[in-house]
Design a protein around this ligand. Structure first.
Ligand code: ATP
Ligand code: MG
Length: 391
């Protein structure tokens, strides 16, 4: 039995974003995510996008798993393909076991004919398909007002499709329709979630990670890559820049007042990320900061950090509790990786008494003990790029 996936887009009523761009980016993202599983055709007709496998061995379950992670899809369903004859349609209706009817008590059939030449009209198709289903599932009754499951029979140009219960899509907007931004990623719980959330709003990600070997290990870097692999299941491929940060952290430790060290470090991260963002055509920075979570995330501290950035800084977690952030990280499967115990550059040089109400003048005075320009330039020059791709 041939099966396909039928897709309903999300947010199509968006103002200012044209529908055909949305749809063509979405189709490209679908091809990228699903074609590694096997050969497919992705088509758009009558406001539905379909994924059509081109071989019998195609793993439709795997394709469904991938489809569920593509942003811009509100709902989708797996459908079975029938020839455009009522006999074949009825045979499929009673054979197809993916309509979601096993656990249901009531159902109704809805028929749509985009091919008006089909000899039966919609009410007749519904009546016949309903009969076939009642015969197959004697426990069911028809409820036309509030059914548990709606079985759809669609008569299209080249074939008929039969589908049942809809699956919930990832929502949001197709990655790539909202531009590109640089995600500052640590190995922690928060930043991968922040990247996922901005990708959901259609943002394509470039990642920047600051590494301080030998204080931070190769394992810590592997961890960041594993996190990005999980995020890329939603966000598509992600270019990762690993920035050497040891020299700067040692300079902060040796030359700057300890109570400002975290803030100085965060400001340097902003400066370097802004330069990388420019080179990579990113129009914003993204961090996993959440108000009040640690000393460097008070309102005044965030203000000092922002003052060093040359791009808007998006902080999608700003109003979320840790528990809420963890719930998302479990959903996207990054939590177990995030809690692996490898040191991040932030944890290596943590001050004992950080300032929670810093004044920008004081931070700038504290950091002026070092001439950073050349170090910043070198850090950008010596950063290494890899690409994290969905396999
Ligand atoms: P996370 O769980 O994401 O590590 P956190 O609550 O531990 O966040 P901080 O360590 O203060 O908070 O970092 C705040 C934000 O700064 C992170 O969410 C991330 O965006 C960025 N950041 C921290 N460390 C690094 C790093 N080594 N490389 C790149 N960005 C970093
Ligand atoms: Mg951290």
């Amino acid at each position: 039995m041939q099966e396909i996936i039928l897709i309903k887009c999300g947010e199509l009523a968006l103002k200012g974003l044209n529908r055909s761009t949305f749809e063509s980016v979405l189709m490209k993202n679908i091809r990228r995510a699903v074609s590694p599983i096997g050969p497919i055709k992705v088509k758009s007709a009558q406001s539905t996008i379909s994924i059509e496998p081109q071989t019998d061995e195609f793993d439709i379950e795997a394709a469904i798993e991938r489809t569920a992670k593509i942003f811009g899809i509100a709902a989708f369903s797996r459908a079975c393909v029938a020839r455009k004859s009522m006999d074949d349609i009825l045979q499929r209706v009673s054979e197809y076991d993916k309509l979601g009817l096993e656990g249901a008590k009531t159902f109704k059939v809805e028929a749509k004919r985009s091919d008006k030449k089909f000899p039966l009209k919609s009410p007749e198709i519904c009546a016949l398909a309903g009969e076939a289903l009642l015969e197959r599932y004697p426990h069911l009754t028809v409820d036309v007002h509030n059914p548990d499951v709606i079985v759809n029979v669609e008569i299209r140009d080249y074939a008929a499709y039969i589908h049942g219960r809809q699956l919930v899509g990832a929502g949001g907007m197709p990655v790539g329709t909202s531009g590109r931004a640089a995600l500052l990623i640590s190995g922690g719980i928060d930043s991968p979630v922040a990247g996922y959330m901005m990708a959901k709003r259609g943002v394509q990600l470039t990642a920047v990670h600051f590494a301080s070997p030998p204080y931070t290990s190769e394992r810590a870097l592997m961890k960041v890559k594993s996190l990005l692999e999980r995020v890329s299941e939603y966000a598509g491929s992600i270019g990762l820049f690993v920035v050497p940060f040891t020299e700067m952290q040692e300079a902060i430790r040796d030359k700057c007042p300890e109570e400002y060290s975290t803030l100085i470090m965060r400001r340097l991260m902003m400066k370097i990320s802004s330069i990388i963002a420019d080179k990579q055509n990113c129009d914003a920075l993204i961090t996993g900061e959440s108000l009040g979570q640690v000393a460097s995330q008070t309102m005044l501290a965030l203000g000092c950090t922002d003052a060093a950035a040359r791009k808007p800084v998006f902080r999608p977690l700003i109003g979320m509790d840790k528990e809420e952030i963890i719930a998302v990280s479990r959903k996207i499967d990054t939590f177990d990786i995030s809690i692996e115990p490898y040191d991040d550059c932030c944890t290596v040089f943590t001050p004992r008494h950080p300032r929670t109400r810093p004044r920008l003048e004081d931070v700038i005075a504290a950091e002026s003990a070092v001439d950073w320009d050349e170090m910043i330039e070198n850090a950008v020059l010596n950063s290494e790029k890899t690409v994290i791709e969905l396999q």
